[in-house]
Design a protein around this ligand. Structure first.
Ligand SMILES: Cc1ncc(COP(=O)(O)O)c(C=O)c1O
Length: 387
């Protein structure tokens, strides 16, 4: 077994471009909130495979949906109608609720953000796109130009013209009649779990309405139930014109979505947007199965319950200096010798718990599957308390 792991690492290191700082793990299996390496060691996955596996790893309902759809029809493009696609888009809009009216399906968070930016520029006839310091929107040209973490955006060399990165509290005032869109990640996850206050979101929304700019929420990470609401949109009565989703939308199968209101939808005509793979039958089967599961199992209720339990338990620990975030998207700051999140991450990994770091070196991120239970968390609290 040791040899298998060694070969796996050696081959990935040799043949895959070295763009990822990898953990020293070779994970081969997942079940619920747990993942297993090739030697059978078990890890509690509080990283959620990068905030993706909302229904847990390999839930039988998702596995069955993939198997059945794969046996029936893996792919055909949007040039034809297809029953599973029709059910997935209907369900997505029903889960989102008003004012969301129609959806464009794509493949990744970056691609959805790219389409949202493009749409806002086309509809308004303007080029300025304002986004916030501390936000992350993806790795494609437009989404990276909107990203407010310089560690990532510096690689661009020359950002797409028209992009401006502004501090969250100053963004509303920066919106003008030249602004096409204000793109907001309402809880800046990679930035270190910075929750943009509701009143700041309200000011942004008001400024966009007054100036005829579109408000876009990047809910790639916060959407699909992670905060205990299906969408973060609606918080403080702020309903953006466009919402982008990805990560958990298909339980790990690559898929993303851009939700738009009716006035925005009315501006879109045939040929304006497109993608080969977005909305393929297999992706749609995963979207449908994920959304059905969230509803049938009251997963949003579970997020709210477990989040309250987790926050309370964490706040009782001496080692924890601060807990921030909403639902199951939490950031932890530690005291004394554990001030570096990386050191905590490493110590937890050695004891069988996977967590994420962030762009803020002092913040450790928890973004577990949304099906996690109190009993899964108890062991983690004990381990953390004993560090
Ligand atoms: C908030 C947010 N937006 C966009 C993206 C980019 O998504 P993707 O990696 O699927 O392109 C991410 C990815 O981590 C994200 O967290």
């Amino acid at each position: 077994m040791q040899d298998t792991q060694t070969n796996t690492r050696a081959d990935e290191d040799r043949y895959q471009l070295k763009t990822y700082a990898k953990w020293p793990l070779s994970l081969e299996r997942g079940e619920g909130c747990y993942v297993f390496d090739s030697e059978g060691n078990r890890f509690l996955d509080l990283y959620g495979g990068h905030a993706v596996v909302v229904t847990g790893h390999c839930h039988p309902r998702i596995v069955r949906a993939i198997q059945e759809q794969a046996a029936q029809f893996i792919f055909y493009s949007n040039v034809v109608y297809n029953s599973v696609r029709s059910r997935a888009v209907r369900k997505l809009i029903e889960c989102a609720g008003p004012p969301y009216y129609q959806v464009f399906l794509a493949n990744s968070g970056s691609e959805s953000n790219e389409n949202a930016i493009k749409l806002a520029r086309a509809i308004t006839g303007r080029t300025e796109v304002i986004s916030l310091e501390g936000s992350f929107h993806g790795r494609t040209y437009g989404s990276l130009s909107a990203t407010g973490i310089s560690k990532y955006s510096a690689y661009l060399n020359t950002p797409v013209p028209g992009h401006r990165i502004i501090a969250p509290q100053d963004a509303a005032a920066a919106v003008s009649d030249k602004t096409a869109a204000l793109l907001v990640e309402p809880i800046q996850s990679l930035g270190g779990i910075n929750v943009i206050p509701g009143h700041v979101l309200s000011e942004m929304s008001r400024a966009c309405s007054e100036q005829g700019a579109l408000l876009i929420f990047d809910e790639v990470q916060v959407g699909i139930g992670r905060t205990g609401r299906f969408l973060y949109s609606g918080i403080n009565d702020v309903y953006p014109d466009i919402v982008t989703l990805a990560k958990g939308i298909a339980s790990g199968f690559p898929a993303s979505a851009m939700l738009v209101t009716e006035p925005v939808a009315a501006e879109v005509k045939s040929g304006d947007l497109g993608t080969t793979f977005g909305g393929g039958p297999l992706a749609c089967a995963c979207i449908e199965a994920t959304l059905d599961f969230l509803q049938d199992e009251d997963v949003l209720g579970n997020v709210r319950r477990v989040s309250a339990y987790l926050k309370e338990a964490l706040e009782r620990l001496e080692i924890v200096e601060e807990v921030r975030g909403v639902g199951l998207l939490l950031g932890l700051r530690f005291s004394g010798p554990w001030a570096s999140a990386k050191s905590v991450q490493k110590a937890l990994m050695a004891k069988g718990v996977l967590t994420g770091t962030s762009d803020d070196p002092s913040i450790l991120r928890l973004m577990p599957p949304l099906i996690i239970r109190e009993e899964d968390i108890e062991g983690f609290i004990q381990i953390l308390g004993a560090l």
